[in-house]
Design a protein around this ligand. Structure first.
Ligand code: NAD
Length: 313
């Protein structure tokens, strides 16, 4: 039986990926250091004979026998990745080196979770994969953006130099149940604020745009990319629907049935003005297109947070 390693498997995306792989009858080894991951995200899998959990930090080498590696380990929200920026860079870079070393040794196919942040504050819109981006190398987001760019470089070099079977997923904003309440990501922020009846915090005028992909759609894209033949170039995975942050706030208020006010704070440094994936490659090569509309994904997310907010009050 094929054995699949998911690093960062106790996190938001990783735990949904573990769920889906196990549902597909795959043997899963989940590795996590629980920096932003949570045992509650995978507690329901612990008794499953297909599931194994290992506490491990990917900045250290890992010796296991696996056939496929999804390398997702890395804090994804600014609050967490800026908490210890040096550790964030180490997680991306040393983590990629260690997982690529493992892939090379055991001849496993490895997929790197990269990000739309590799495009920085783009002057090309929407962003296709051959746009090389506009990233500030010395800003407060650089530990994450440049760390992910270097992880991509390593993937390509291990492929060219050592014939490692690599995949690179450039993930755009993804949301859904199991996001952390307090990590500053816009969807969870708005939902929790609306459910608590607190004002919704917008940065700038809320006119910056983002695209929002529901987590189930992303997981489907990751699995299709991993299973594609000979696809080593980066592939964008995201929902091309584009919304201003203000539109998102209004949609969240509507779904939560909340009359919270909107409050405005200054834009943080290096905050991109617009972000929208060009998913032509994913569509044509993987036959992948996101299916869950924003309103439906938000309903499911609100349901999850409603229980948490009720339990904590
Ligand atoms: N969610 C998004 O919108 C989004 C967008 C672009 C890219 N991504 C990428 O997808 C991946 C998963 O993101 P997420 O949203 O689930 O974030 P998350 O913070 O919920 O999950 C990351 C997981 O990695 C674990 N981790 C962190 N450092 C580690 C280390 N050194 N060793 C082992 N485990 C470690 C954390 O404990 C956590 O479980 C990340 O690589 C992220 O950069 C996510």
């Amino acid at each position: 039986m094929k054995r699949v390693l998911v690093t960062g498997g106790a996190g938001f995306v990783g735990s949904h990926l573990c769920d889906r792989l196990i549902k597909n009858g795959v043997d899963v080894l989940c590795v996590d250091n629980f920096f932003t991951g949570n045992k509650a995200n995978i507690a329901h899998l612990l008794g499953n004979p297909l599931f194994e959990l290992k506490r491990h930090d990917v900045t250290f080498p890992l010796y296991v026998e696996v056939d496929k590696i999804y390398n997702l380990a890395c804090p994804a929200s600014p609050v967490h990745y800026q908490h210890d920026p040096v550790q964030t860079t180490k997680t991306s870079v040393h983590g990629a080196i260690n997982m690529l070393g493992l892939a090379k040794r055991v001849k496993a196919c490895i997929l790197q979770a990269s990000t739309s942040e590799v495009y920085g504050d783009p002057e090309v819109h929407p962003q296709p994969e051959d746009y090389s981006g506009r990233v500030n190398p010395i800003g407060i987001r650089s530990c994450y953006d440049e760390g992910k760019r270097l992880a991509e470089t390593l993937m390509m070099d291990y492929h060219r130099q050592n014939q490692v079977d690599t995949r690179i997923a450039r993930i755009f904003n993804t949301y859904g149940p199991r996001m952390l309440e307090d990590d500053g990501r816009v969807v969870s922020n708005f939902v929790v604020q609306a459910l608590r009846g607190e004002p919704l915090t917008l940065y700038g005028e809320g006119s910056q745009t983002r695209s929002f992909c529901y987590v189930d759609d992303l997981v489907e894209g990751l699995i299709r990319l991993m299973n594609a033949d000979d696809l080593h170039q980066p592939v964008n995975l995201g929902n091309p629907g584009e919304f201003t942050i203000k539109q998102l706030a209004e949609e969240v208020r509507r779904i939560c049935g909340s009359d919270s006010e909107l409050t405005y704070l200054p834009l943080p440094e290096d905050d991109p003005r617009q972000r929208k994936p060009d998913i032509t490659t994913a569509q044509s090569v993987l036959g992948w297109i996101p299916k869950v509309p924003l309103a439906e994904g938000l309903e499911r997310t609100v349901q999850y947070f409603r229980e948490r907010v009720q339990n904590s009050s």
